[in-house]
Write a protein that binds this ligand. Sequence first.
Ligand code: BEZ
Length: 221
Amino acid sequence: METTELRTNTMPRIGDQAPDFEAITTKGKIKLSDYAKDKWLVMFSHPADFTPVCTTEMSGFATRKKEFDTLDTELLGLSIDSVHAHLGWVSNVKEKTGVYFDFPIIADIDMKVSKLYGMLQPNESETAAVRAVFFIGPTKKIRLIMYYPLNVGRNMNEILRALEALQTSDKYKVAIPLDWKKGDKVIVPPPKTLEEMEARMKDKSIELVDFYLAKKELNYN
Ligand code: BEZ
């Protein structure tokens, strides 16, 4: 008997189906399950409109939106503010800095979505969402989660890097090492049988440290 009420006390986890919801946004009503089946979605919360760190972060998403487009990824913001506050903030930032938040921002005034996604972490704040980022894959599975506190802004390079790493891992069936960026070598998944291990030890096409650690170049074409 899983209900929305019960889920308010749970945190979604990597590998879970992203809980569905309907919400009012700066671009009208949306439903998570209506998002295109072949696209990724990066959904992120910020604590409050008209605050400095949040303004830098939202501007970061806006100015790098083309990079998300290239990665077939939609953006969806959220805070526990009204749609009027969102509209005022979006137009104020555009007027003051020229940056336009051209993606929907959920007005989660009843905290429904924030609670469903564990964005409301009461020991940090009872009224504002923490800085969460949910990477949701094309089948609406949660693939990666970041949570940052109220007083520390996120890193846009890392958000884009993590997204590209997930997509690269899926496409080429490889694992992604520390600090990887596009063009770097990737990890060949470890062998599962003695036969595979012996073949691996003789494979001249990979950079082998030992049977459990091998890297290779990717041919992106
Ligand atoms: C900020 O975005 O600057 C901020 C928002 C809420 C709490 C602290 C900082």
